[in-house]
Design a protein around this ligand. Structure first.
Ligand code: MV4
Length: 458
């Protein structure tokens, strides 16, 4: 087992990894930017190293600074958390070269799945259902018109290097295709340095359902069921839950077996998430694989009892998975609300000092946060203040606990998304489980432009 783990992240997830390390008896190293000097993740780590100025590019994305911090402190592994460098095949490679273990999949697997067109092809080969679309990147307009005609409109153009919703265009008819293709390629080039795009049939108002997997370095893979993440706005998830009301035990077993086979086919190791769209007929289609720990992992932890972060660390240290698929049981229902520092109506970020902070507790409530009274939410990073996660014997109990937990959360000095969460939690469609990625449209002002970009109204 590792003696010392460096956490290349900040905020609640850095703290979450410290919690796992403490329970495993592993020393921790925090890295921090000048904006995070007084953060709890620095306080609770055994050692800490300042890696640069506030801007992410100068600190949490600075590979040489992070590797230097690991070498100076003698850390034998790096946990990247989520966001920042968590899906960087480059960091994973540098770690390998420096004999520091990267707590995540092998670099070539990160690279394969990071290219969404290659991932699509690999999943098709592994027997995972994919949407009709191009076999690999499409460059010319002529070729694009042919593909779109074959699969039928509407279609969606996606950047191969994209993911999480960046660099996408929906196209309703052949007249729009040429322009959309050029714009998408230009945007992809500017955002990712790779202009390649591919085409898929566009699914209207799908559910977003994802499966959690864990794979060890001895060929074992298990799945931990699904999370439904349909409640999102502009690709920022707001509420996640497990299980999804849209799945039966039988479908869960079938989809679970499919993702386990797919993970084995690409020699997946560590924690990963297979994202799917579910259409209104209940059919599943592969979207992408996230090769990292996810923000919403706690809902899965609550319904399975598995500590995903401890498993990640054990797996990276070469240990075998400590349980078999037949030992994974699902019980009850869990919900997560992401409490952001933002205006609940306009969604404008609201960084600043939290003058009073009190987290809720009681039966079935877990709060993952780095916030405390008199802490500062800096403007440089994402605006997540706390994740409030509730568990109940059933969905109704989890929702009731979430409502009272949010009502009993005190965050003064900044605006938060709690009022919005409370509105959603009493929405009849939400309560009935009638969810889709279009759910939040009703809470939004009209999108500022109608140029075919994926805005609010998709
Ligand atoms: C789609 C889609 C409809 N059809 N692909 C958005 C994030 C990125 N991972 C892929 N995304 C989508 N891909 C096809 N073929 C709709 C979305 C999408 C979406 C997906 C999941 C959750 C929220 C979403 C919001 C808008 C669009």
């Amino acid at each position: 087992m590792f003696k010392k783990v460096l956490i290349a992240n900040r905020g609640e997830i850095a703290l979450r990894v410290i919690v796992a390390c403490r329970e495993l008896g592993i020393k921790t190293v925090a890295v921090y930017s000048e904006a995070d000097e007084h953060s709890l993740h620095v306080r609770f780590a055994d050692e800490d190293v300042c890696i640069g100025p506030p801007r992410s590019a100068d600190s949490y994305l600075n590979v040489p600074a992070i590797i230097s911090a690991a070498e100076i402190t003698g850390a034998d592994a790096i946990h990247p958390g989520y966001g920042f460098l968590s899906e960087s095949a480059y960091l994973a490679e540098v770690c390998e070269a420096c004999h520091i273990r990267f707590i995540g999949p092998d670099p070539h697997v990160i690279r394969l799945l990071g290219d969404k067109a290659r991932a699509r092809r690999a999943m098709k080969k592994a027997g995972v259902p994919i949407l009709p679309g191009s076999d690999g990147p499409v460059d010319g307009e002529e070729r694009a018109l042919k593909v779109a005609k074959d699969i039928g409109y509407p279609v969606i153009i996606k950047a191969t290097a994209g993911g999480g919703g960046r660099g996408m265009r929906v196209v309703q008819n052949p007249g729009e295709l040429g322009h959309a293709l050029k714009t998408a390629q230009r945007e992809a080039e500017a955002a990712f340095g790779v202009g390649d795009v591919y085409i898929e049939k566009y699914v209207i108002s799908p559910r977003h359902i994802e499966f959690q997997v864990l794979g060890d370095h001895h060929g074992a893979v298990v799945h931990l069921g699904e999370r439904e993440c349909s409640i999102q706005r502009r690709h920022q998830k707001l509420i996640e839950e497990s299980p999804s009301v849209a799945l039966t035990d039988k479908i869960r077993r079938r989809m679970g077996a499919t993702v386990v086979d797919a993970a084995k086919a690409v020699q997946y190791s560590n924690a990963g998430t297979f994202e799917f769209l579910m259409d209104s007929d209940g059919k599943f289609y592969f979207m992408e694989v996230n090769t990292r720990l996810q923000v919403e992992h706690p809902v899965t932890e609550l319904v399975t009892g598995v500590d995903i972060v401890k498993e990640q660390i054990r797996i990276a240290a070469g240990e075998r998975l400590s349980f078999k698929q037949s030992e994974v049981t699902f019980s009850g229902h869990a919900l997560e609300c992401r409490v952001n520092a933002e205006d609940p109506e306009t969604f404008v970020p609201s960084p600043g000092v939290i003058h009073a902070f009190s987290a809720p507790g009681g039966p079935g409530v877990r709060v993952d946060t780095c916030a405390h009274t008199e802490c500062t939410i800096p403007p440089y990073y994402d605006s997540l203040v706390a994740k409030v996660i509730t568990y109940g014997r059933d969905r109704q109990e989890a929702i009731a606990r979430m409502r009272r937990a949010l009502e009993m959360t005190v965050i003064e000095g900044i605006r938060t998304s709690i009022p919005l969460h409370l509105k959603i939690l009493s929405d009849p469609d939400f309560l009935a489980g009638r969810l889709s990625t279009s759910f939040m449209d009703r809470y939004l002002a009209p999108a500022p432009s109608a140029d075919g970009r994926l805005k609010a109204a998709v």
